[in-house]
Design a protein around this ligand. Sequence first.
Ligand code: ATP
Ligand code: MG
Length: 413
Amino acid sequence: MKYQKPKGTRDLFGKELKRIESLCSSARDFFARYGYEEIRTPTFEHADLFIRSIGAHTDIVEKENYTFEIDKRTLMLRPEGTASTLRALIENRVPLPARLLYIGAMFRKEKPQKGRFREFIQVGTELIGEGAPFYDAEMIFQGKKFMDFLQARQIRVELNSIGCPECRADFKKTLRAYLEEFENAICADCKRRLDKNFLRIFDCKNARCQEIYDSAPKITDSLCEDCNAHYHQVKSFLKVFDVEFHENKKLVRGLDYYTRTVFEFKHGSLGSQDTILAGGRYDILMKELGGQDTPALGWAMGVDRLLIAMPDELPPIQDPKRFFIAVMGETYLNQGLELRNTILEHNFVCIIGNPCENIKKQFKDANRQKAEYVIVYGENEAEQGIYTVKNMTTGVQELIARDNFPAFLKGVK
Ligand code: ATP
Ligand code: MG
């Protein structure tokens, strides 16, 4: 084969594409009712935007990004949606608070595996301009509601608070002191993280490291008074919203911009790629990107991963029935086109054959197009005011008077 798609990408068509489309449009409609309006930002941005927001020492910026240079500018394919959304809000002076939803492809140069691609689709919501703990709980509630709407079972909501830069400065010292005796036991990546992005050690995939961190002090136990109060209120609102959650003190998230509340929705069937939806609060990001000092929060859901996790749980996609019209000669084409309009108005698929072909060829074409009904219209039908309708599944052919045709269509399920 001469050309193959790049590693980690997919060709989407047929059922899989329909599922993805249907999931994206359900999300759009669902969150519109909670007041979220869609935003579409460019697929690439100036690389600095992502480096500044996600953090220079994160996996995404260190090794997972697609960066290229055009006209002496360094651009990056977007690896996530939050930075672009905030940039757009600031640049377009959108009034706050704002509830925004995005849907689109994201790009990360990761090792492809089940549920992990180099181009993947995220749906995300962002609430910019609200700092109260009520909103953290409400956003988690909305995400959970959407999972319920999709009938996703086995969803586990994990929650943590990673405090603000102030809590972290103190905690860094406590953690370093504890880890001194394990200096040679933790992996090289964690050693590096300790210097550059220390909270990330808790996200390490190495089992030995995790064992050490199990009994290490946790940021959640070192929160400042305000962050602690915030976290407690988030939890008590979640109880009011009746969302079951599990506290996970090792949950830290992979991007630098998070503050206070972080959360992940996990699904049992995915092995190590088990996070379907993830997010949190990012109160320092707007200012970091040159906007007003504005609290904000959001989450992103991996659409592809969601589909892999629950293929049997989603309601089946109902494809509309497929009709094929075999017009027997150009003379009858106008009536054939009228007939097609009637069929389309009933929301069926309708393909019209080439009227210059003979009936055998048109039936062959109808089969190729997977038509479930073929309607023949020619001299005989025109004279008698009828249509010849063949049910391709049963093989039964009947003559239907033109006047009775709408009633026939109503009966097609
Ligand atoms: P992970 O720990 O799985 O790498 P992450 O922390 O990098 O996740 P986020 O940046 O928070 O993930 O993205 C939110 C969601 O987007 C994830 O929970 C996941 O469902 C989805 N996602 C992230 N990276 C990929 C990918 N490479 N392929 C498919 N889906 C992805
Ligand atoms: Mg990742």
